[in-house]
Design a protein around this ligand. Structure first.
Ligand code: MZP
Length: 501
């Protein structure tokens, strides 16, 4: 007879944190959000860590090179999706690794024969007013000069004239040669009171532009997550089919972390993939596995597969219909609570700490905070990041509101058959994900700042200054439906909602 587990499957929304003593020491600026992402021994302490406990889902509509760069600059990490050819995924990883903070590859380039009208059109397309004039208009061709909108008057000059009569030629520019550090480039900009410094190679070909405004941007990202060579940190997803070739290409491209992307990680295929990669690369690359929702699944991934971290969650994703379609999964809070307890037990038994990632179904900042309080070391989110400027999809306007497309990896659109082939090999007979739109939420950095601000503030209310302490000291209470109503604002007309209706 089947076993009925003595537990109701619960979600984060059903819990609230209780305050602990907040001392004068508990101020948001002192809160550390460092989160381990690699298994470690008690005596040696944490090894690789994220600077903020956020990673982005390995999904086509979420984790491209642009979002990966933006998230690493804030201190988190993206997992570049594997539902694409190996070479394309490796190229995305390489793009993130080659990103040089402050060194920008020029996306606005023209030849000297182009007209002022061409320059204006290009400015409108890219939004950038600094245009590199190169021998043939190529991004890395021989640099001839720079045109900015200070060089001509849009409403007075003849726009059919070629830019050659307007741009500032090489001999009047302050330039630097490839190899210069960001600090040296910044000094040069400051000394010569310039806005932009072109970096050229020995043959005079344009490599990068360094902008004065990016210096301030760089300063405002003190948590940037990098590897030991100061390159941005990036993760990549792998599957249980082509992991040998994919793993080799991703490691070669510089991926810091690989994670098996599977809707059900409690499987021998997963153990085969992880053990193979561990044997091949040792500790050179961090290895994550999942997804699981039971303590048995956790033990299997840790003891048999040998993962560095375990990803938790089945069926909770905002675009996921696995529970509806297949009748399998678990409320995310129940899954995190059970596995966190098992992780602590494993730590007490062996002295090895296994970081946990709560993946999917986080609908607001409160749920992120509860997930971290319950024992997750970091959270993986899809929808949250899909909504941002940096996700790879285009913005679409519908009835005056701006949206971004967002679809599940198990949807027809993603055609991610490899992920769902595990259980039978018969290909995709039905969908496990939907195709949707999510409201556009603006730049990732601004959105994250708000979430991080709330997280730090709640941690101070609980009386903790680190995520480790948060796990140890958090006290939560279950909430009734009426408590949820009481916590809302249903008895008054909110000014913001009256205004928008
Ligand atoms: P969310 O943050 O949008 O709620 O959920 C993102 C997570 O949903 C992903 O990290 C992944 O684990 C899961 N996912 C992605 N595609 C599907 C699907 O098509 C899915 N069913 O469940």
């Amino acid at each position: 007879m089947a076993v009925i587990v003595e537990d109701i499957s619960r979600t984060f929304q059903e819990f609230l944190l209780l305050p602990g003593l907040t001392t004068k020491n508990h101020v948001p600026s002192r809160v550390s959000l460092k989160a381990p992402i690699q298994r470690f021994k008690r005596e040696s302490g944490p090894r690789a860590c994220l600077n903020i406990p956020f990673v982005s889902a390995s999904m086509q509509a979420v984790s491209g090179a642009g979002l990966a760069t933006a998230l690493a600059r804030k201190g988190g990490a993206a997992f570049i999706y594997c539902s694409q050819p190996i070479a394309e995924q490796a190229a995305m990883v390489r793009e993130v690794k080659e990103h040089k903070a402050g060194f920008v590859e020029s996306d606005s380039n023209l030849s000297a024969n182009a007209t002022l009208r061409d320059a204006i059109e290009l400015r409108e397309k890219t939004g950038h007013s600094t245009i590199a004039i190169t021998e043939d208009g190529g991004r890395h061709s021989k640099l001839l000069g720079i045109l900015t909108d200070k060089d001509f008057w849009e409403f007075k000059d003849d726009l059919s004239k070629p830019v050659r009569a307007y741009y500032t030629p090489l001999e009047k520019l302050v330039l630097a040669e490839e190899g210069i550090s960001l600090q040296e480039a910044t000094e040069k900009l400051w000394k010569h009171k310039k806005e932009c410094l072109p970096i050229i190679d020995r043959q005079g070909r344009l490599k990068y532009l360094v902008f004065r405004k990016d210096y301030f941007d760089h300063k405002s990202n003190p948590d940037e997550l990098t590897d030991d060579k100061k390159r941005l940190f990036v993760g990549a997803a792998i599957n249980t089919h082509d992991y040998k070739e994919r793993g080799a290409a991703l490691v070669e491209a510089g991926a810091d972390c690989l994670c098996v992307d599977s809707s059900d990680g409690y499987s021998e295929w997963q153990a085969d993939a992880v053990s193979y990669l561990r044997k091949e690369y040792g500790d050179k690359v961090i290895l994550g596995g999942g997804n699981v929702v039971t303590k048995e699944g956790f033990r299997y991934l840790v003891e048999v597969a040998g993962v560095d971290f375990v990803k938790i969650g089945i069926g909770g994703g905002s675009i996921c219909i696995t529970r509806e379609q297949k009748g399998i999964g678990r409320g995310q809070a129940s899954a995190v609570l059970e596995i966190a307890a098992e992780r602590d037990k494993y730590f007490a038994e062996t002295g090895t700490y296994i970081p946990l990632c709560s993946d999917g179904g986080l609908n607001n900042d409160t749920q992120v905070i509860v997930a971290l309080a319950m024992g997750a070391d970091f959270v993986m989110m899809g929808k949250y990041f899909a909504m941002t400027e940096e996700s790879p999809t285009p913005k679409v306007t519908y009835q005056g509101r701006v949206f971004k497309p967002y679809w599940g990896e198990g949807s027809n659109r993603a055609r991610n058959w490899q992920r769902y082939k595990d259980s039978g090999g018969e290909g995709m007979l039905f969908e496990e994900g939907v195709d949707a739109y999510v409201p556009y939420s603006g730049p990732l950095s601004e959105k994250l700042n708000v979430t991080l601000g709330k997280l730090r503030s709640t941690m101070c209310n609980v009386g903790v200054l680190s995520l480790k302490e948060f796990h140890e000291k958090a006290q939560l209470t279950r909430v009734s439906e009426l408590t949820l109503v009481e916590g809302g604002t249903s008895t008054v007309e909110r000014f913001d909602r009256v205004q928008s209706s």
